[in-house]
Design a protein around this ligand. Structure first.
Ligand code: SF4
Length: 368
């Protein structure tokens, strides 16, 4: 049987970069292959981050482009030509498919793969989970490092006797009676999977992980091939502040586009930044981020405008020529200040959280 490959995708954002640093610092013996799916349309700050990371990791980050041997200047340009100028959108996200997912799945082939994903302990979402059975995702920053598909199999009511046996083998001392009680309680309308998961993790993360790992050995998941998996003992939970600290302390640095830039409009002060990595023209960005691009990177904004032809636009119903009208920019800035001041926005003091919260989930394989 093939050897398990350990992969970590660098999106150009803070979380995947911090995960690469974290894995090198905490699991130096894991032979991790780092890769990035390069659309050719990232901000310079992203390419700088990747170069800094390569220095820190002491190894190359493999570039996947999805458009090898193309005569087009960038992988994105290669595909937009094939799509006859059709600008991708949330409803027609050909860019993610062609520039991220397909190159990744080609890179993996049929090898059994563990894919480490940088979703943080303070996020309520699952990342991209491959539909290919040879790719298994692990989330080292979360209390629950396992993907949803593994957890739902582990907790299937039909597996209760097996899971009970695995827990008994991983004795929990004085906690074992309570653990068995939880395990033997069936998932039902009054006791859902999340409650069961939370209660068992609260009782002991290592014991839970050991039982899941032993359970996986009875399945076809890639990890079933491994004798040991060091992350079974991982009890770390990393949240937003930890990510910035890892980036700063390691010397890799925080990508410059996260830095807030102050602006003033009609006597009111505000600040803007970019909330995520990804292509500079990404259609997931908010209007205030488009304004940021226009004012902070006018050359890139002009390039984004060049794609708007034949009726195709990056923002539905608002071509970039409209967005750059002075009165429209003022309005976008004013609206943004107003939204930032709303009482429900004081949950987080960070502009990036406000920006990210207002977006839809976005493209996990582009932004993590
Ligand atoms: S960053 Fe945005 S535009 Fe670029 S590939 Fe991802 S979803 Fe598409």
């Amino acid at each position: 049987m093939s050897k398990v490959r350990h992969l970590l995708g660098i999106s150009g954002g803070k979380d995947s970069a911090a995960l690469a640093i974290y894995m090198k610092q905490n699991y130096p013996h894991l032979d991790i292959e780092y890769y990035t799916s390069d659309t050719g349309k990232e901000l310079d700050e992203t390419y700088q981050l990747i170069s800094n990371l390569e220095n820190f990791l002491g190894k190359k980050i493999i570039r996947l482009t999805g458009a090898n041997n193309s005569s087009a200047p960038t992988p994105f340009d290669h595909f937009i030509k094939i799509y006859k100028g059709y600008i991708p959108s949330t409803n027609a996200r050909w860019c993610t498919k062609k520039l991220k997912l397909e190159p990744f799945e080609d890179f993996v082939g049929n090898d059994p793969v563990i894919s480490y994903v940088g979703i943080r302990g303070d996020e309520e979402r699952d990342g991209y989970i491959s539909t290919k059975s040879n790719i298994q995702s692990i989330f080292p920053f979360r209390k629950n490092i396992w993907s949803e598909d593994v957890i739902s199999k582990f907790f299937a009511n039909t597996n209760i006797p097996l899971v009970e046996k695995l827990y008994i083998e991983n004795l929990l001392g004085d906690k074992s009676a309570r653990a068995i009680e939880i395990i033997c309680t069936k998932i039902s309308a009054s006791f859902n999977q999340q409650q069961k998961l939370t209660q068992l993790l609260d009782l002991g993360i290592k014991e839970f992980n050991s039982a899941v790992f032993e359970f996986i050995k009875t399945t076809n998941y890639p990890l079933a091939i491994e004798e040991n998996f060091p992350l079974v003992c991982n009890e770390d939970i990393l949240v937003r502040a930890d990510i910035f600290k890892l980036l700063e302390d390691s010397g890799v640095g925080v990508p410059a586009y996260y830095k807030e830039v102050d602006f003033e409009v009609n006597g009111k002060k505000g600040s803007y930044a970019r909330s995520r990595s990804g292509c500079f023209f990404c259609f997931y960005q908010q209007k205030i981020e488009w304004v940021w691009l226009y004012e902070q990177h006018p050359d890139l904004f002009a390039k984004a405008m060049e794609y708007e032809k034949d009726g195709y636009t990056w923002i539905q119903d608002e071509p970039l020529t409209e967005l750059t009208k002075p009165e429209r920019i003022l309005q976008i800035k004013e609206d943004f200040i107003k939204r930032s001041e709303r009482p429900d926005k004081v949950k987080s003091p960070f502009l990036l959280d406000i920006l990210a919260e207002e977006e839809e989930e976005g493209c996990a394989s582009c932004f993590i």
